[in-house]
Design a protein around this ligand. Structure first.
Ligand SMILES: Cc1cc2nc3c(=O)[nH]c(=O)nc-3n(C[C@H](O)[C@H](O)[C@H](O)COP(=O)(O)OP(=O)(O)OC[C@H]3O[C@@H](n4cnc5c(N)ncnc54)[C@H](O)[C@@H]3O)c2cc1C
Length: 409
C-alpha cells in the first residue's frame, strides 16, 4: 500500500467506532465497480446506488484511510486557480460555469451531511482570502471583480476592516460567503455507512490488481485474493496513486504538504466567526478552527512526493506553521498536538480529472486533484452519474482528461 502520509493524524481520533466491511470472498456481477474507498469513491458510489445502479466499492485498505484522513476539511468554492486566471485559461463562460458548480457542490455536501444520522462537523463558514504582499493587491482586486461579475456573495476588505475583525493587518482581502468546513473522516465514514444501508456493497482489504475487458465490452477486475468482479462500468477513484491507472495519462504533479492541529485554544474569540483563512501566495498558508476549539494550519508544500519520515524534520515544519499562526494570532498559545506530512496532488492546469476514458469504453476517473478535492468529489458524483446513465453534463468538456487546457501544459 502506498504511503500517503506520515505523522500523527487528528481526524481518526474523533471517531471511536468505524463500521468494518468484509473483504471480497466470492465473484460478483454488478453494473458499476468503484475502485477506492476515500472521499471520491464513497461519494460517487453513494450517488450511483441512489440512482438505482447496483454498485460495489472496493478498497484495498480501510474506508477513508487514504488521503481523505489527511484532508483538512475546508470546503470552498474559490479554487487554487483564481477565477480571473481561469477565465484567461479556458474563457469566461467555462470558468464561470466551473466556479458556479463548485458553489453548488458545497451546497450538495451540506445536503449530504445533513441527511446522515451522525454529526460530521459540517458548518457553514465564510473565508478570508488576504493579499500575501502589497504587490498582490491589484491581482486580488481583479479577482474580486471577477467573482462579483459571476454573482458570488463576496466583499472586499480594506486593511482597517481586516484589523477591526482580526488581530492582524493585511493590505486587502476578499471575504467569500458560502464556504464551509467538515470533518472529512467522519463524513466519509458516515456516507459509506448510509450508502451501505441503502444497498452499496462495500469491501475493505480488497486490492484490485488486474483489469481486463471482455470482447463483449464487460470489464473484469481481479483482486489480489483471486476473486473477480464483472462490471459494466468501472470508476477509478484511487486518489494520489496515478500508478494505479495502468499508464492512463494524467498530467499531475505530486508534492508533499504539512499540517498541524493545536491543542484546544483558550482565546479563539479573536478569530472572527471562525472564518477559513488563506492567502494569495502559492503555495499558500491556510487555517481553520475545529468545533472543539483547536486550530488547523496547513501549507509549506514542497515539490517532492514522499511524506517526511524523520520526526525531527517534520517537527521543524510544524514549528514554522505554528510561528505563522502566532504571527497572525499572537494570543493563540496552545502547542501542537497533531502533525503530519502528506502527498498532495495537483493537476498541471489546476482542474480536476473527472470523466470518461477517451479510449476505454465505460471506464471513468474521479480524481479530485487540488486543494478543493472534496468539492471536486461531489462534482464527480453528479457528472459520472450522468455519463453512466447516458446523459450529458455541463462540465464534461471542462474537466475531462483530454481537455485542451491540458495539452498546452
Ligand atoms: C494535507 C492535505 C490537505 C487537504 N486539505 C483539503 C481540504 O481542506 N479540502 C479539500 O477539499 N481537499 C483537501 N485535500 C485534498 C483531499 O484530501 C483529497 O482530494 C481527497 O482526500 C482525495 O480523496 P480520494 O478519495 O480521491 O483519495 P483517497 O482518500 O486517497 O482514497 C483513494 C483510495 O483508493 C484506494 N486504492 C488505490 N488503489 C486501489 C486499488 N488498486 N484497489 C483498491 N483500492 C485502491 C486507496 O487505498 C485509497 O483509500 C487535502 C489533501 C491533503 C493531502
Amino acid at each position: 500500500m502506498k504511503e500517503l502520509y506520515t505523522g500523527k493524524l487528528y481526524w481518526p481520533v474523533t471517531l471511536n467506532d468505524t463500521r468494518e466491511y468484509p473483504p471480497l470472498r466470492d465473484n460478483k456481477k454488478v453494473q458499476v465497480a468503484v475502485i477506492g474507498g476515500g472521499m471520491s469513491g464513497a461519494i460517487c458510489a453513494a450517488e450511483l446506488v441512489k440512482s438505482g445502479l447496483s454498485t460495489v466499492l472496493l478498497e484495498r485498505g480501510q474506508v477513508a484511510g487514504g488521503s481523505t484522513s489527511a484532508n483538512t476539511g475546508l470546503l470552498q468554492f474559490c479554487n487554487d486557480i483564481m477565477l480571473c486566471d481561469l477565465i484567461d485559461q479556458i474563457g469566461e463562460r467555462d470558468a464561470q460555469t466551473f466556479y458556479k458548480a463548485c458553489k453548488v457542490a458545497v451546497e450538495s455536501l451540506e445536503k449530504t451531511a445533513s441527511s446522515l444520522s451522525v454529526d460530521v462537523g459540517f458548518k457553514r463558514r465564510s473565508s478570508l482570502y488576504y493579499a500575501s504582499t502589497e504587490q498582490e493587491l491589484p491581482k486580488l482586486k481583479k479577482e474580486y471583480a471577477a467573482l462579483k461579475a459571476c454573482g458570488f456573495d463576496v466583499e472586499f476588505w480594506s486593511p482597517e476592516q481586516i484589523e477591526s475583525h482580526f488581530p492582524f493587518r493585511k493590505s486587502g482581502a476578499i471575504v467569500t460567503h458560502g464556504d464551509a468546513e467538515i470533518n472529512p473522516f467522519q463524513f466519509v465514514n458516515g456516507v459509506a455507512d448510509a450508502a451501505a444501508n441503502a444497498g452499496l456493497d462495500i469491501h475493505e482489504n480488497t486490492d484490485i490488481i488486474a483489469h481486463d475487458t471482455l470482447p463483449s465490452g464487460l470489464h473484469v477486475l481481479r483482486t489480489a485474493e483471486g476473486f473477480e468482479i464483472e462490471a459494466e462500468h468501472v470508476v477509478y477513484a484511487v486518489g494520489y496513486e496515478p500508478e494505479e491507472l495502468k499508464g492512463r495519462l494524467i498530467k499531475a504533479n505530486l508534492n508533499r504538504s504539512f499540517v498541524i492541529v493545536t491543542e484546544i485554544q483558550k482565546n479563539l474569540q479573536s478569530w472572527h466567526e471562525h472564518c477559513l483563512v488563506w492567502e494569495t501566495a502559492r503555495p499558500y498558508l491556510y487555517m481553520r478552527t475545529t468545533l472543539d476549539g483547536r486550530v488547523i494550519v496547513g501549507g509549506l508544500d514542497e515539490e517532492t512526493e514522499q511524506p517526511i519520515h524523520s520526526d525531527k524534520v517534520r517537527r521543524k515544519h510544524s514549528e514554522k506553521l505554528l510561528d505563522q499562526l502566532k504571527a497572525l494570532f499572537p494570543q493563540l498559545q496552545a502547542p501542537v498536538e497533531f502533525e503530519w506530512s502528506a502527498t498532495f496532488g495537483e493537476s498541471r492546469d489546476n482542474l480536476p480529472f473527472i470523466g470518461a476514458d477517451p479510449t476505454w469504453s465505460n471506464v471513468y476517473y474521479c480524481l479530485g486533484y487540488g486543494g478543493n478535492g472534496t468539492v471536486y468529489s461531489m462534482i464527480a458524483a453528479g457528472l459520472l452519474g450522468c455519463l453512466i446513465h447516458g446523459e450529458t453534463h455541463p462540465l464534461v468538456d471542462i474537466i475531462k482528461l483530454e481537455r485542451p487546457s491540458l495539452t498546452s501544459v
